[in-house]
Design a protein around this ligand. Structure first.
Ligand code: ZN
Length: 391
């Protein structure tokens, strides 16, 4: 069923369009469901007027790496293992809505049981439940016993991985995710070692591209990072160059990533700021800066859902990445708006321009001056619909 929504007219305040170097004053524009954003003076008499004085209107934020099925606490695995599918799905819906009211209007879920992720995306689209726009990968492709095997994506060998891509296409996923190294959250896997051969990774990429899907690869250690670069995946998650001593960058590999046009989704979260082991912080900072220095395509992601990373962590995590990479507030916000929209192939969002989807976030103060303003959410508008308002 399609709801008929009242057009919204936003008056006063400032506006940052997702592209400009600064915010500008005195915006009057409307947000209309299915029509998108219309700038200046076209409001109709039936519009609902929202006074946003003292606030800034920005594009709704995009989270490129989430796990709606994890609860963000240290007991995540016990909870995940003990829940029925029904309960898990309801919890995922709750987490999705929590993200939406925090100003995140698009979320890419990079690891959940395939059927649940697709069901939730469809339920939100059909407006059965409230939540952000979802892009889903379903269960990441992983070898038997490999990282996150418990999400249901174990597959081995060339035929196995090819079939896995076809199954996901049939199920209706938006991205293919492959676990190219072990991960911290799966005992018995090795973060520093590759989990698949380059041939298996190439088979995944070839099959996904044939089916018009893009591939993002989870990779921590350099061996796995090198193999996904060899296989020419579209994006790398974490890309942390992890060694037992901490992240150690490799300039040659970073240049290869930049040259191949492989995007980097670095999964930076608020917990990094708490960690503050000076030596490791410095190593991480060196790595982050080298991605930008090499002109890699970087977008913002947090890996929310993992312990110490609540689903609505993005606003806080943006402060951490601006600190690590020494970016201005505007450069930082682009990573979670216009740049992420571009790298996720979502040309209808990430900026505020006539005709764009009316996914808007209205925060108190001006985040182009101070990113903390992103944590003071006043109004969230999803596709022209006012979904959250703090009075
Ligand atoms: Zn993850």
């Amino acid at each position: 069923m399609k709801a008929i929504l009242q057009p919204l007219e936003l008056r006063g305040g400032r506006l940052w369009d997702g592209i400009a170097d600064t915010s500008r004053e005195g915006s009057v524009f409307t947000a209309i469901s299915d029509v998108g954003v219309t700038l200046a003076g076209t409001a109709s008499p039936e519009s609902r007027i929202l006074d946003v004085s003292g606030c800034t209107i920005i594009p709704g934020l995009i989270e490129a790496h989430a796990h709606l099925c994890f609860n963000a606490h240290t007991d995540w695995r016990e909870v995940y293992d003990s829940e029925t599918y029904e309960t898990l799905l309801l919890r995922m819906a709750g987490s999705a809505n929590q993200m939406l009211v925090s100003g995140i209007t698009t979320v890419r879920d990079l690891g959940a049981p395939t059927k649940l992720a697709v069901a939730l995306r469809e339920a939100i689209r059909a407006r059965l439940v409230s939540g952000p726009n979802l892009l889903v990968a379903g269960a990441p492709i992983t070898p038997t016993g490999g990282h996150c095997w418990f999400l249901g994506g174990e597959t081995d060998g060339l035929e196995g991985v090819q079939l896995a891509v076809r199954e996901r296409k049939k199920a209706g996923v938006d991205w293919i995710k492959v676990m190219a190294t072990g991960g911290n959250m799966t005992p018995g896997t090795n973060v520093f070692a590759a989990q698949y051969s380059v041939e298996e990774l190439r088979a995944i990429v070839a099959e996904a591209h044939r089916l018009e899907l893009k591939v993002t690869a989870h990779a921590h250690g350099i061996e796995g990072i090198k193999s996904v670069v060899d296989a020419n995946v579209d994006m790398i998650e974490h890309c942390s160059f992890q060694t037992p001593d901490g992240p150690v960058k490799d300039d040659e590999v970073i240049l290869a990533i930049a040259r191949s046009g492989i995007a980097v989704s670095p999964t930076i979260n608020g917990a990094f700021a708490k960690e503050r082991n000076e030596a490791r912080w410095h190593m991480r900072k060196t790595l982050m800066k080298s991605f930008f220095d090499a002109r890699c395509d970087v977008l913002m992601s947090t890996d929310c859902g993992i312990p110490d990373t609540p689903h609505e962590n993005l606003a806080q995590a943006l402060i951490v990445i601006s600190d690590l990479a020494e970016l201005s507030p505007v450069e930082t916000m682009k990573l979670a708006t216009s740049l992420s929209a571009k790298l996720l192939d979502l040309p209808d969002r990430g900026t505020i321009e006539p005709g764009q989807r009316a996914d808007l976030l209205i925060v108190e103060g001006d985040p182009t001056q101070d990113l903390k303003s992103l944590q003071h959410v006043r109004i969230v508008i999803l596709n022209g619909e006012l979904v959250s308002e703090v009075k």
